[in-house]
Design a binder for this molecule. Structure first.
Ligand SMILES: Nc1ncnc2c1ncn2[C@@H]1O[C@H](COP(=O)(O)OP(=O)(O)OP(=O)(O)O)[C@@H](O)[C@H]1O
Ligand SMILES: [Mg+2]
Length: 612
Protein backbone atom coordinates (compact mmCIF):
# COMPACT_ATOMS: atom_id res chain seq x y z
CA UNK A 1 0.00 0.00 0.00
CA UNK A 2 1.24 3.44 -0.88
CA UNK A 3 1.49 5.90 2.00
CA UNK A 4 -0.67 8.97 1.45
CA UNK A 5 1.88 11.22 2.98
CA UNK A 6 5.56 10.89 3.69
CA UNK A 7 4.64 11.44 7.33
CA UNK A 8 2.49 8.33 7.56
CA UNK A 9 4.13 4.91 7.98
CA UNK A 10 3.80 2.71 4.94
CA UNK A 11 3.44 -0.83 6.23
CA UNK A 12 3.82 -3.04 9.27
CA UNK A 13 6.75 -5.39 9.36
CA UNK A 14 7.22 -8.38 11.65
CA UNK A 15 9.12 -7.94 14.90
CA UNK A 16 12.44 -9.71 15.02
CA UNK A 17 15.32 -9.90 17.47
CA UNK A 18 18.33 -7.76 16.53
CA UNK A 19 21.58 -9.66 16.30
CA UNK A 20 24.27 -8.92 18.84
CA UNK A 21 26.38 -6.84 16.47
CA UNK A 22 23.49 -4.51 15.62
CA UNK A 23 22.43 -4.26 19.26
CA UNK A 24 25.97 -3.42 20.32
CA UNK A 25 26.30 -0.80 17.65
CA UNK A 26 23.10 0.88 18.77
CA UNK A 27 24.24 0.84 22.38
CA UNK A 28 27.62 2.16 21.29
CA UNK A 29 25.92 5.10 19.63
CA UNK A 30 24.91 6.37 23.03
CA UNK A 31 28.12 5.61 24.87
CA UNK A 32 30.72 6.57 22.27
CA UNK A 33 29.87 9.76 20.50
CA UNK A 34 33.34 10.91 19.53
CA UNK A 35 36.96 10.07 20.30
CA UNK A 36 36.83 12.09 23.51
CA UNK A 37 34.02 9.91 24.85
CA UNK A 38 36.11 6.79 24.17
CA UNK A 39 38.99 8.38 26.08
CA UNK A 40 36.63 9.25 28.92
CA UNK A 41 35.44 5.65 29.26
CA UNK A 42 38.97 4.24 29.16
CA UNK A 43 40.42 6.71 31.66
CA UNK A 44 37.47 6.08 33.98
CA UNK A 45 38.17 2.35 33.76
CA UNK A 46 41.81 2.97 34.65
CA UNK A 47 40.81 5.11 37.65
CA UNK A 48 38.32 2.46 38.71
CA UNK A 49 41.19 -0.07 38.63
CA UNK A 50 43.21 1.88 41.19
CA UNK A 51 45.79 3.20 38.71
CA UNK A 52 48.44 5.65 39.95
CA UNK A 53 49.75 6.53 36.51
CA UNK A 54 47.71 6.81 33.33
CA UNK A 55 49.26 7.38 29.92
CA UNK A 56 47.06 8.44 27.05
CA UNK A 57 48.05 8.73 23.40
CA UNK A 58 46.07 9.52 20.28
CA UNK A 59 46.62 9.92 16.56
CA UNK A 60 44.62 12.11 14.16
CA UNK A 61 42.37 13.52 16.86
CA UNK A 62 41.73 9.98 18.12
CA UNK A 63 40.14 8.89 14.88
CA UNK A 64 43.05 6.68 13.87
CA UNK A 65 44.24 5.58 17.29
CA UNK A 66 43.53 5.94 20.99
CA UNK A 67 45.77 4.23 23.51
CA UNK A 68 45.25 4.26 27.27
CA UNK A 69 47.72 2.51 29.50
CA UNK A 70 47.49 2.19 33.28
CA UNK A 71 49.21 0.51 36.21
CA UNK A 72 46.00 -0.58 37.91
CA UNK A 73 45.10 -4.05 39.14
CA UNK A 74 44.47 -5.37 35.67
CA UNK A 75 42.14 -8.07 34.33
CA UNK A 76 42.97 -11.77 34.84
CA UNK A 77 43.39 -13.64 31.54
CA UNK A 78 40.38 -15.80 32.34
CA UNK A 79 38.09 -12.76 32.56
CA UNK A 80 39.30 -10.90 29.50
CA UNK A 81 36.64 -12.26 27.17
CA UNK A 82 33.95 -11.45 29.70
CA UNK A 83 35.22 -7.87 30.07
CA UNK A 84 34.53 -7.38 26.38
CA UNK A 85 31.00 -8.78 26.42
CA UNK A 86 27.95 -6.66 27.10
CA UNK A 87 26.52 -6.20 30.54
CA UNK A 88 29.55 -7.80 32.18
CA UNK A 89 31.05 -5.75 34.97
CA UNK A 90 33.05 -6.24 38.14
CA UNK A 91 31.61 -3.05 39.65
CA UNK A 92 28.07 -3.96 40.57
CA UNK A 93 27.27 -6.32 43.36
CA UNK A 94 24.30 -8.34 42.22
CA UNK A 95 21.42 -6.05 41.30
CA UNK A 96 22.30 -3.21 43.66
CA UNK A 97 22.09 -0.12 41.47
CA UNK A 98 22.09 2.06 44.54
CA UNK A 99 25.53 1.82 46.02
CA UNK A 100 27.67 2.85 43.09
CA UNK A 101 31.11 4.10 44.09
CA UNK A 102 32.90 3.63 40.76
CA UNK A 103 32.77 5.50 37.48
CA UNK A 104 31.61 2.37 35.67
CA UNK A 105 28.65 0.14 36.46
CA UNK A 106 26.99 -0.87 33.20
CA UNK A 107 29.51 -3.13 31.53
CA UNK A 108 28.89 -1.27 28.29
CA UNK A 109 32.01 0.72 27.47
CA UNK A 110 34.39 -1.95 26.18
CA UNK A 111 31.80 -3.91 24.14
CA UNK A 112 30.56 -0.62 22.69
CA UNK A 113 34.07 0.30 21.59
CA UNK A 114 34.48 -3.20 20.20
CA UNK A 115 31.36 -2.63 18.09
CA UNK A 116 32.57 0.58 16.45
CA UNK A 117 36.34 0.10 16.22
CA UNK A 118 39.12 -2.41 16.33
CA UNK A 119 39.71 -2.88 20.06
CA UNK A 120 42.64 -4.59 21.70
CA UNK A 121 42.87 -5.11 25.44
CA UNK A 122 46.16 -6.28 26.90
CA UNK A 123 46.32 -6.78 30.64
CA UNK A 124 48.38 -8.31 33.35
CA UNK A 125 46.49 -8.76 36.57
CA UNK A 126 48.18 -8.09 39.89
CA UNK A 127 49.86 -11.28 41.08
CA UNK A 128 49.77 -13.00 37.74
CA UNK A 129 52.97 -14.04 35.97
CA UNK A 130 52.07 -13.01 32.46
CA UNK A 131 49.79 -10.81 30.44
CA UNK A 132 47.10 -11.75 27.94
CA UNK A 133 45.64 -9.91 25.01
CA UNK A 134 42.32 -10.04 23.12
CA UNK A 135 41.27 -8.21 19.97
CA UNK A 136 37.71 -7.45 18.88
CA UNK A 137 37.01 -6.36 15.35
CA UNK A 138 33.57 -5.41 14.07
CA UNK A 139 32.10 -6.93 17.20
CA UNK A 140 33.80 -10.28 16.61
CA UNK A 141 36.16 -11.38 19.33
CA UNK A 142 39.44 -13.15 18.62
CA UNK A 143 41.08 -15.67 20.97
CA UNK A 144 43.03 -14.60 24.06
CA UNK A 145 46.79 -14.77 23.45
CA UNK A 146 49.70 -14.51 25.83
CA UNK A 147 51.38 -11.11 25.70
CA UNK A 148 54.21 -9.19 27.31
CA UNK A 149 53.32 -6.39 29.68
CA UNK A 150 54.09 -5.15 33.16
CA UNK A 151 51.25 -4.91 35.64
CA UNK A 152 48.19 -3.04 34.45
CA UNK A 153 46.09 -2.65 31.35
CA UNK A 154 46.60 -1.26 27.87
CA UNK A 155 43.56 -0.57 25.72
CA UNK A 156 43.98 0.33 22.06
CA UNK A 157 41.16 1.64 19.90
CA UNK A 158 41.96 1.77 16.18
CA UNK A 159 39.88 3.18 13.36
CA UNK A 160 37.04 4.49 15.48
CA UNK A 161 33.79 4.63 13.44
CA UNK A 162 35.67 3.41 10.35
CA UNK A 163 32.84 0.92 9.84
CA UNK A 164 30.12 3.50 10.43
CA UNK A 165 30.81 6.27 7.92
CA UNK A 166 27.67 8.12 8.96
CA UNK A 167 29.17 8.68 12.40
CA UNK A 168 32.57 9.46 11.04
CA UNK A 169 31.07 12.28 9.01
CA UNK A 170 29.85 13.99 12.16
CA UNK A 171 33.27 14.19 13.72
CA UNK A 172 35.03 17.53 13.68
CA UNK A 173 38.56 18.29 12.54
CA UNK A 174 41.44 16.37 14.09
CA UNK A 175 42.36 19.50 15.96
CA UNK A 176 38.90 19.96 17.45
CA UNK A 177 38.66 16.31 18.43
CA UNK A 178 42.15 16.45 19.99
CA UNK A 179 41.08 19.48 21.96
CA UNK A 180 38.01 17.64 23.23
CA UNK A 181 40.24 14.75 24.30
CA UNK A 182 42.44 17.18 26.22
CA UNK A 183 39.42 18.61 27.98
CA UNK A 184 38.14 15.19 29.01
CA UNK A 185 41.53 14.21 30.39
CA UNK A 186 41.99 17.47 32.31
CA UNK A 187 38.48 17.20 33.71
CA UNK A 188 39.05 13.68 35.01
CA UNK A 189 42.54 14.58 36.23
CA UNK A 190 40.98 17.26 38.44
CA UNK A 191 39.07 14.52 40.27
CA UNK A 192 42.18 12.45 40.98
CA UNK A 193 45.10 14.64 42.14
CA UNK A 194 47.10 11.64 43.38
CA UNK A 195 47.18 10.05 39.94
CA UNK A 196 49.83 11.03 37.37
CA UNK A 197 48.69 11.68 33.80
CA UNK A 198 50.39 12.13 30.47
CA UNK A 199 48.71 12.92 27.18
CA UNK A 200 50.55 12.58 23.89
CA UNK A 201 49.70 13.25 20.28
CA UNK A 202 51.35 10.44 18.30
CA UNK A 203 49.94 11.36 14.90
CA UNK A 204 53.53 11.40 13.71
CA UNK A 205 55.06 8.33 15.38
CA UNK A 206 58.53 9.71 14.80
CA UNK A 207 57.74 12.96 16.57
CA UNK A 208 55.28 12.31 19.41
CA UNK A 209 54.14 15.50 21.09
CA UNK A 210 53.38 15.60 24.79
CA UNK A 211 50.38 17.89 25.28
CA UNK A 212 49.86 17.39 29.00
CA UNK A 213 51.91 16.09 31.89
CA UNK A 214 50.55 16.05 35.42
CA UNK A 215 52.67 14.70 38.24
CA UNK A 216 50.95 12.92 41.11
CA UNK A 217 50.12 15.38 43.87
CA UNK A 218 51.13 14.44 47.35
CA UNK A 219 49.85 16.13 50.45
CA UNK A 220 46.47 16.28 52.06
CA UNK A 221 43.13 16.75 50.36
CA UNK A 222 43.31 20.49 49.88
CA UNK A 223 47.01 20.73 49.10
CA UNK A 224 46.60 17.98 46.55
CA UNK A 225 43.56 19.61 45.05
CA UNK A 226 45.23 23.02 44.93
CA UNK A 227 48.30 21.56 43.28
CA UNK A 228 46.28 19.72 40.66
CA UNK A 229 44.02 22.69 39.94
CA UNK A 230 47.05 24.93 39.64
CA UNK A 231 48.49 22.56 37.06
CA UNK A 232 45.24 22.10 35.16
CA UNK A 233 43.58 25.52 35.37
CA UNK A 234 46.63 27.71 35.89
CA UNK A 235 47.81 29.51 39.02
CA UNK A 236 45.42 32.45 38.86
CA UNK A 237 42.30 30.55 39.83
CA UNK A 238 43.95 28.95 42.83
CA UNK A 239 45.46 32.27 44.00
CA UNK A 240 42.06 33.88 43.77
CA UNK A 241 39.91 31.21 45.32
CA UNK A 242 38.75 30.40 48.82
CA UNK A 243 38.59 27.00 50.38
CA UNK A 244 35.15 25.51 50.81
CA UNK A 245 34.57 22.69 53.27
CA UNK A 246 31.10 22.37 54.71
CA UNK A 247 28.67 19.67 55.67
CA UNK A 248 24.97 19.57 56.31
CA UNK A 249 22.83 16.51 56.98
CA UNK A 250 25.36 14.09 55.57
CA UNK A 251 26.03 16.11 52.41
CA UNK A 252 29.50 17.60 52.01
CA UNK A 253 30.71 20.42 49.79
CA UNK A 254 34.46 20.51 49.22
CA UNK A 255 36.70 22.47 46.90
CA UNK A 256 37.68 25.96 45.86
CA UNK A 257 35.45 28.88 44.92
CA UNK A 258 36.72 31.92 43.06
CA UNK A 259 36.63 35.34 44.70
CA UNK A 260 33.92 37.61 43.27
CA UNK A 261 36.60 39.89 41.84
CA UNK A 262 37.93 36.91 39.85
CA UNK A 263 34.83 36.70 37.70
CA UNK A 264 34.67 35.42 34.17
CA UNK A 265 32.83 36.58 31.07
CA UNK A 266 31.18 33.18 30.57
CA UNK A 267 30.33 30.19 32.69
CA UNK A 268 33.38 28.29 31.49
CA UNK A 269 35.23 27.86 34.77
CA UNK A 270 32.58 26.00 36.75
CA UNK A 271 33.63 22.46 37.52
CA UNK A 272 31.33 20.29 39.57
CA UNK A 273 31.71 16.71 40.60
CA UNK A 274 29.28 14.56 42.52
CA UNK A 275 31.05 11.88 44.55
CA UNK A 276 34.06 12.52 42.33
CA UNK A 277 32.16 12.15 39.05
CA UNK A 278 32.27 15.16 36.72
CA UNK A 279 28.75 16.37 35.99
CA UNK A 280 26.97 19.22 34.26
CA UNK A 281 24.13 19.80 36.59
CA UNK A 282 21.64 22.62 36.30
CA UNK A 283 20.79 22.56 39.95
CA UNK A 284 24.43 22.99 40.97
CA UNK A 285 25.08 25.69 38.38
CA UNK A 286 21.96 27.54 39.53
CA UNK A 287 23.00 27.31 43.17
CA UNK A 288 26.44 28.66 42.30
CA UNK A 289 24.90 31.61 40.52
CA UNK A 290 22.56 32.26 43.43
CA UNK A 291 25.44 32.26 45.90
CA UNK A 292 27.25 34.99 43.95
CA UNK A 293 24.33 36.93 42.60
CA UNK A 294 24.72 40.08 44.66
CA UNK A 295 28.50 39.98 44.53
CA UNK A 296 28.85 40.18 40.81
CA UNK A 297 27.53 42.13 37.86
CA UNK A 298 24.86 40.27 35.93
CA UNK A 299 26.98 39.46 32.92
CA UNK A 300 29.86 38.04 34.97
CA UNK A 301 30.22 34.42 36.07
CA UNK A 302 31.91 32.88 39.08
CA UNK A 303 34.67 30.27 38.85
CA UNK A 304 34.60 27.18 41.04
CA UNK A 305 35.80 23.60 41.38
CA UNK A 306 33.54 21.85 43.84
CA UNK A 307 32.63 18.32 44.82
CA UNK A 308 29.32 17.36 46.33
CA UNK A 309 29.83 14.27 48.46
CA UNK A 310 26.81 12.35 49.63
CA UNK A 311 25.77 8.77 50.38
CA UNK A 312 25.42 6.85 47.11
CA UNK A 313 21.78 6.14 47.89
CA UNK A 314 21.05 9.88 47.86
CA UNK A 315 21.90 10.32 44.20
CA UNK A 316 20.94 8.47 41.02
CA UNK A 317 23.85 8.35 38.59
CA UNK A 318 22.05 6.19 36.04
CA UNK A 319 20.05 8.90 34.28
CA UNK A 320 22.28 9.88 31.35
CA UNK A 321 23.96 7.73 28.65
CA UNK A 322 27.33 9.40 29.16
CA UNK A 323 26.72 9.74 32.93
CA UNK A 324 27.12 13.50 32.65
CA UNK A 325 24.04 14.19 34.73
CA UNK A 326 22.74 12.95 38.04
CA UNK A 327 19.54 13.23 40.00
CA UNK A 328 19.51 14.13 43.67
CA UNK A 329 16.98 12.60 45.99
CA UNK A 330 16.81 15.82 47.97
CA UNK A 331 17.62 18.65 45.58
CA UNK A 332 16.59 21.33 48.08
CA UNK A 333 19.11 20.13 50.61
CA UNK A 334 21.93 20.15 48.06
CA UNK A 335 21.02 23.60 46.76
CA UNK A 336 20.79 25.01 50.28
CA UNK A 337 24.15 23.56 51.20
CA UNK A 338 25.89 24.94 48.11
CA UNK A 339 24.50 28.44 48.55
CA UNK A 340 25.03 28.52 52.31
CA UNK A 341 28.55 27.13 52.22
CA UNK A 342 29.70 29.42 49.43
CA UNK A 343 28.24 32.51 51.05
CA UNK A 344 29.91 31.64 54.34
CA UNK A 345 33.27 31.00 52.68
CA UNK A 346 33.10 34.22 50.67
CA UNK A 347 32.01 36.27 53.66
CA UNK A 348 35.01 34.99 55.56
CA UNK A 349 37.24 35.97 52.66
CA UNK A 350 35.70 39.38 52.19
CA UNK A 351 38.68 41.50 52.99
CA UNK A 352 40.97 39.44 50.78
CA UNK A 353 39.15 40.01 47.56
CA UNK A 354 41.15 42.77 45.99
CA UNK A 355 44.60 41.29 46.30
CA UNK A 356 44.91 40.22 42.70
CA UNK A 357 43.96 43.63 41.51
CA UNK A 358 47.04 45.02 43.14
CA UNK A 359 49.10 42.35 41.46
CA UNK A 360 47.32 42.83 38.14
CA UNK A 361 47.87 46.54 38.37
CA UNK A 362 51.60 46.00 38.49
CA UNK A 363 51.23 44.13 35.23
CA UNK A 364 49.50 47.15 33.77
CA UNK A 365 52.39 49.40 34.80
CA UNK A 366 54.94 47.09 33.33
CA UNK A 367 53.66 45.57 30.11
CA UNK A 368 56.29 42.85 30.02
CA UNK A 369 54.85 41.45 33.21
CA UNK A 370 51.20 41.03 32.35
CA UNK A 371 50.98 37.80 34.25
CA UNK A 372 51.91 37.87 37.89
CA UNK A 373 55.34 36.41 38.44
CA UNK A 374 56.01 33.98 41.26
CA UNK A 375 57.50 36.67 43.47
CA UNK A 376 54.44 38.83 43.15
CA UNK A 377 52.15 35.93 43.79
CA UNK A 378 54.16 35.09 46.86
CA UNK A 379 53.76 38.66 48.01
CA UNK A 380 50.05 38.49 47.35
CA UNK A 381 49.81 35.24 49.24
CA UNK A 382 51.63 36.62 52.21
CA UNK A 383 49.21 39.45 52.34
CA UNK A 384 46.36 37.02 52.19
CA UNK A 385 47.20 35.75 55.64
CA UNK A 386 46.75 38.95 57.58
CA UNK A 387 47.78 39.30 61.18
CA UNK A 388 44.27 39.47 62.49
CA UNK A 389 43.06 36.21 61.03
CA UNK A 390 40.63 37.33 58.41
CA UNK A 391 40.80 35.08 55.38
CA UNK A 392 42.65 31.95 56.30
CA UNK A 393 43.54 30.13 53.11
CA UNK A 394 44.70 27.06 54.94
CA UNK A 395 42.55 27.46 57.98
CA UNK A 396 39.92 25.36 59.60
CA UNK A 397 36.92 24.20 57.59
CA UNK A 398 34.45 26.96 57.16
CA UNK A 399 31.31 26.05 58.99
CA UNK A 400 27.88 26.90 57.80
CA UNK A 401 27.04 28.22 61.18
CA UNK A 402 29.65 30.98 61.10
CA UNK A 403 27.63 34.03 62.07
CA UNK A 404 27.80 36.95 59.69
CA UNK A 405 29.86 39.81 61.01
CA UNK A 406 27.69 42.48 62.58
CA UNK A 407 26.91 45.27 60.22
CA UNK A 408 29.01 48.21 61.26
CA UNK A 409 27.56 51.64 61.49
CA UNK A 410 28.51 53.49 58.32
CA UNK A 411 28.47 56.80 60.07
CA UNK A 412 31.86 55.89 61.58
CA UNK A 413 31.38 57.73 64.81
CA UNK A 414 33.31 55.10 66.73
CA UNK A 415 36.75 56.23 67.77
CA UNK A 416 39.37 54.40 65.71
CA UNK A 417 42.60 53.01 67.14
CA UNK A 418 45.36 55.58 66.98
CA UNK A 419 47.69 54.13 64.39
CA UNK A 420 46.62 50.74 63.21
CA UNK A 421 49.25 49.75 60.70
CA UNK A 422 49.00 46.10 61.68
CA UNK A 423 45.36 45.95 60.63
CA UNK A 424 44.74 44.38 57.21
CA UNK A 425 43.88 47.71 55.65
CA UNK A 426 46.36 49.67 57.72
CA UNK A 427 46.22 53.24 58.97
CA UNK A 428 44.76 56.05 56.84
CA UNK A 429 47.41 58.49 55.71
CA UNK A 430 45.75 60.67 53.12
CA UNK A 431 42.79 61.23 50.92
CA UNK A 432 43.35 62.10 47.28
CA UNK A 433 40.96 63.59 44.73
CA UNK A 434 38.28 63.42 47.41
CA UNK A 435 37.74 59.85 46.25
CA UNK A 436 40.58 57.58 47.38
CA UNK A 437 42.04 56.83 50.77
CA UNK A 438 45.71 55.91 50.94
CA UNK A 439 46.56 53.78 53.93
CA UNK A 440 49.85 52.42 55.21
CA UNK A 441 50.21 48.83 56.35
CA UNK A 442 53.24 47.26 58.02
CA UNK A 443 54.62 46.19 54.67
CA UNK A 444 52.81 48.06 51.94
CA UNK A 445 50.06 50.46 51.02
CA UNK A 446 46.35 50.13 50.44
CA UNK A 447 44.27 52.30 48.15
CA UNK A 448 40.58 52.37 48.96
CA UNK A 449 37.85 53.51 46.60
CA UNK A 450 35.80 55.25 49.27
CA UNK A 451 32.60 55.28 47.26
CA UNK A 452 32.72 51.62 46.26
CA UNK A 453 33.64 50.57 49.79
CA UNK A 454 30.96 52.66 51.38
CA UNK A 455 28.37 51.35 48.99
CA UNK A 456 29.18 47.79 50.03
CA UNK A 457 29.00 48.71 53.71
CA UNK A 458 25.61 50.36 53.32
CA UNK A 459 24.33 47.43 51.32
CA UNK A 460 25.45 44.85 53.87
CA UNK A 461 23.99 46.95 56.66
CA UNK A 462 20.66 47.28 54.90
CA UNK A 463 20.62 43.53 54.33
CA UNK A 464 21.46 42.76 57.95
CA UNK A 465 18.84 45.17 59.23
CA UNK A 466 16.18 43.74 57.00
CA UNK A 467 17.12 40.21 58.09
CA UNK A 468 16.57 41.32 61.64
CA UNK A 469 12.98 42.34 60.91
CA UNK A 470 12.34 45.91 59.83
CA UNK A 471 15.15 48.22 58.83
CA UNK A 472 15.19 51.45 60.90
CA UNK A 473 13.87 54.42 59.01
CA UNK A 474 14.00 58.15 59.31
CA UNK A 475 10.81 60.15 59.05
CA UNK A 476 10.87 63.11 56.70
CA UNK A 477 9.88 66.37 58.34
CA UNK A 478 7.74 67.16 55.34
CA UNK A 479 6.57 64.15 53.31
CA UNK A 480 7.75 64.44 49.74
CA UNK A 481 5.36 63.98 46.84
CA UNK A 482 7.26 62.43 43.95
CA UNK A 483 5.74 62.43 40.49
CA UNK A 484 6.51 59.43 38.31
CA UNK A 485 4.88 57.71 35.36
CA UNK A 486 1.87 55.55 36.13
CA UNK A 487 3.74 52.26 35.62
CA UNK A 488 6.49 53.21 38.05
CA UNK A 489 3.93 54.41 40.61
CA UNK A 490 1.99 51.15 40.30
CA UNK A 491 5.13 49.05 40.79
CA UNK A 492 6.18 50.98 43.86
CA UNK A 493 2.66 50.99 45.32
CA UNK A 494 2.32 47.25 44.79
CA UNK A 495 5.47 46.62 46.83
CA UNK A 496 4.75 49.23 49.49
CA UNK A 497 4.54 46.65 52.24
CA UNK A 498 7.87 45.05 51.36
CA UNK A 499 9.51 48.44 50.97
CA UNK A 500 8.40 49.31 54.49
CA UNK A 501 10.45 46.42 55.84
CA UNK A 502 13.42 47.96 54.05
CA UNK A 503 12.88 51.26 55.77
CA UNK A 504 11.23 52.96 52.82
CA UNK A 505 7.70 54.08 53.68
CA UNK A 506 5.56 55.22 50.75
CA UNK A 507 1.90 55.80 49.97
CA UNK A 508 0.11 56.06 46.64
CA UNK A 509 -0.78 59.68 45.94
CA UNK A 510 -3.15 59.78 43.01
CA UNK A 511 -2.45 58.11 39.67
CA UNK A 512 0.89 59.74 38.86
CA UNK A 513 2.54 60.33 42.21
CA UNK A 514 3.89 58.62 45.31
CA UNK A 515 4.16 60.18 48.72
CA UNK A 516 7.47 59.44 50.41
CA UNK A 517 7.22 59.47 54.20
CA UNK A 518 10.28 57.68 55.59
CA UNK A 519 13.68 56.68 54.19
CA UNK A 520 16.11 54.00 55.45
CA UNK A 521 18.18 55.39 58.30
CA UNK A 522 21.32 53.73 56.94
CA UNK A 523 21.25 55.99 53.90
CA UNK A 524 21.45 59.23 55.84
CA UNK A 525 20.41 62.33 53.89
CA UNK A 526 19.11 61.31 50.47
CA UNK A 527 17.47 62.84 47.45
CA UNK A 528 14.05 61.21 47.82
CA UNK A 529 13.00 61.85 44.26
CA UNK A 530 16.00 60.06 42.76
CA UNK A 531 15.87 57.29 45.33
CA UNK A 532 12.28 56.50 44.49
CA UNK A 533 12.88 56.62 40.74
CA UNK A 534 15.74 54.16 41.16
CA UNK A 535 13.70 51.84 43.34
CA UNK A 536 10.98 51.82 40.68
CA UNK A 537 13.64 50.92 38.10
CA UNK A 538 14.98 48.11 40.26
CA UNK A 539 11.47 46.72 40.57
CA UNK A 540 11.04 46.93 36.80
CA UNK A 541 14.08 44.80 36.17
CA UNK A 542 11.67 42.06 37.09
CA UNK A 543 14.09 39.77 38.88
CA UNK A 544 12.42 36.47 39.71
CA UNK A 545 11.18 36.07 43.23
CA UNK A 546 10.65 38.49 46.05
CA UNK A 547 14.11 37.83 47.48
CA UNK A 548 15.86 38.80 44.27
CA UNK A 549 13.68 41.90 43.92
CA UNK A 550 14.52 42.96 47.43
CA UNK A 551 18.23 42.48 46.78
CA UNK A 552 17.95 44.57 43.63
CA UNK A 553 16.20 47.34 45.53
CA UNK A 554 18.73 47.21 48.38
CA UNK A 555 21.57 47.36 45.93
CA UNK A 556 20.10 50.46 44.27
CA UNK A 557 19.39 52.07 47.60
CA UNK A 558 22.97 51.45 48.71
CA UNK A 559 24.23 53.59 45.82
CA UNK A 560 22.18 56.45 47.23
CA UNK A 561 23.61 56.13 50.68
CA UNK A 562 27.09 56.16 49.24
CA UNK A 563 27.70 59.81 48.76
CA UNK A 564 31.26 59.59 49.75
CA UNK A 565 32.96 59.99 46.43
CA UNK A 566 33.78 63.64 46.08
CA UNK A 567 33.58 64.19 49.80
CA UNK A 568 36.45 65.19 51.97
CA UNK A 569 36.94 62.95 54.97
CA UNK A 570 38.74 63.56 58.24
CA UNK A 571 41.45 61.25 59.50
CA UNK A 572 39.34 59.55 62.11
CA UNK A 573 36.54 59.07 59.66
CA UNK A 574 38.88 57.45 57.14
CA UNK A 575 40.28 55.09 59.75
CA UNK A 576 36.78 54.20 60.82
CA UNK A 577 35.88 53.39 57.24
CA UNK A 578 38.91 51.07 56.96
CA UNK A 579 37.97 49.26 60.16
CA UNK A 580 34.37 48.94 58.99
CA UNK A 581 35.49 47.38 55.70
CA UNK A 582 37.54 44.85 57.62
CA UNK A 583 34.54 43.94 59.75
CA UNK A 584 32.03 43.63 56.93
CA UNK A 585 31.41 40.44 55.00
CA UNK A 586 31.98 40.54 51.23
CA UNK A 587 33.67 43.90 51.58
CA UNK A 588 36.41 43.21 49.04
CA UNK A 589 34.08 44.04 46.18
CA UNK A 590 31.28 46.53 45.69
CA UNK A 591 27.79 45.37 44.69
CA UNK A 592 28.84 45.30 41.09
CA UNK A 593 31.86 43.07 41.63
CA UNK A 594 34.44 45.84 41.35
CA UNK A 595 37.17 45.84 43.97
CA UNK A 596 36.73 48.23 46.85
CA UNK A 597 40.42 48.43 47.60
CA UNK A 598 43.79 47.50 46.18
CA UNK A 599 46.82 46.38 48.15
CA UNK A 600 50.42 46.82 47.11
CA UNK A 601 53.34 45.30 48.94
CA UNK A 602 56.37 47.44 49.55
CA UNK A 603 58.36 44.82 47.67
CA UNK A 604 56.12 45.29 44.66
CA UNK A 605 56.49 49.05 44.82
CA UNK A 606 60.23 48.67 44.98
CA UNK A 607 60.05 46.44 41.95
CA UNK A 608 58.11 49.12 40.12
CA UNK A 609 60.98 51.49 40.73
CA UNK A 610 63.49 48.90 39.63
CA UNK A 611 64.95 48.60 43.11
CA UNK A 612 64.62 44.82 43.05
N1 LIG B 1 41.76 -0.53 32.78
C1 LIG B 1 41.16 -1.55 33.39
N2 LIG B 1 41.76 -2.15 34.45
C2 LIG B 1 41.16 -3.19 35.09
N3 LIG B 1 39.97 -3.70 34.74
C3 LIG B 1 39.33 -3.15 33.71
C4 LIG B 1 39.87 -2.05 32.98
N4 LIG B 1 39.01 -1.72 32.00
C5 LIG B 1 37.97 -2.57 32.12
N5 LIG B 1 38.14 -3.41 33.14
C6 LIG B 1 37.23 -4.50 33.55
O1 LIG B 1 36.34 -4.74 32.51
C7 LIG B 1 35.00 -4.57 32.91
C8 LIG B 1 34.20 -3.99 31.76
O2 LIG B 1 34.61 -2.64 31.51
P1 LIG B 1 33.55 -1.64 30.91
O3 LIG B 1 34.12 -0.29 30.87
O4 LIG B 1 33.04 -2.21 29.66
O5 LIG B 1 32.36 -1.69 31.95
P2 LIG B 1 32.27 -1.01 33.39
O6 LIG B 1 33.39 -0.10 33.64
O7 LIG B 1 32.07 -2.10 34.36
O8 LIG B 1 30.91 -0.18 33.24
P3 LIG B 1 30.64 1.07 32.27
O9 LIG B 1 30.07 0.55 31.01
O10 LIG B 1 29.65 1.86 33.06
O11 LIG B 1 31.94 1.73 32.05
C9 LIG B 1 35.05 -3.69 34.11
O12 LIG B 1 33.96 -3.91 34.99
C10 LIG B 1 36.38 -4.09 34.75
O13 LIG B 1 36.24 -5.21 35.57
MG1 LIG C 1 33.88 1.41 32.27
Amino acid sequence: MQAESPYIAAERRPIRQLDAAAANRIAAGEVVERPASAVKELVENALDAGARRIEIAYADGGKRLIRVSDDGWGIPAGELALALSRHATSKLDGDDLVNIASFGFRGEALPSLGAVARLTVTSRAAGSAEAASVTVRGGVEGPARPAARARGTLVEVEGLFAATPARLKFLRTDRAEAQAIGEVVRRLAMTAPAVAFTLRDVSDPDAPRETLRLEAETGDLFDGLRGRLRAVLGPEFVENAVKVAAERDGVRLTGLAGLPSYSRGAAVAQHFTVNGRPVRDRLLIGALRAAYHDLMARDRHPAAALDVGLPAAEVDVNVHPAKAEVRFREPGLVRGLVIGALKAALAEAGVRAATTHGVGMLGAFRPEERRPGPAMLAAARAWQAPARGFAEPGGAPIGLSAPPAPAPDPTFDTAPAADDMAAPLGAARAQVHDAYIIAQTTDGIVIVDQHAAHERLVYERLKAERAGGRAPSQMLLIPEVVEMDAGACARVAAEAETLTTLGLVVEPFGPGAICLRETPAALGEVDGRRLLADVADALAEGADGVGARIDAVLSRMACHGSVRAGRRMGHAEMDALLRAIEATPFSGTCNHGRPTFIALKLADIERLFGRR
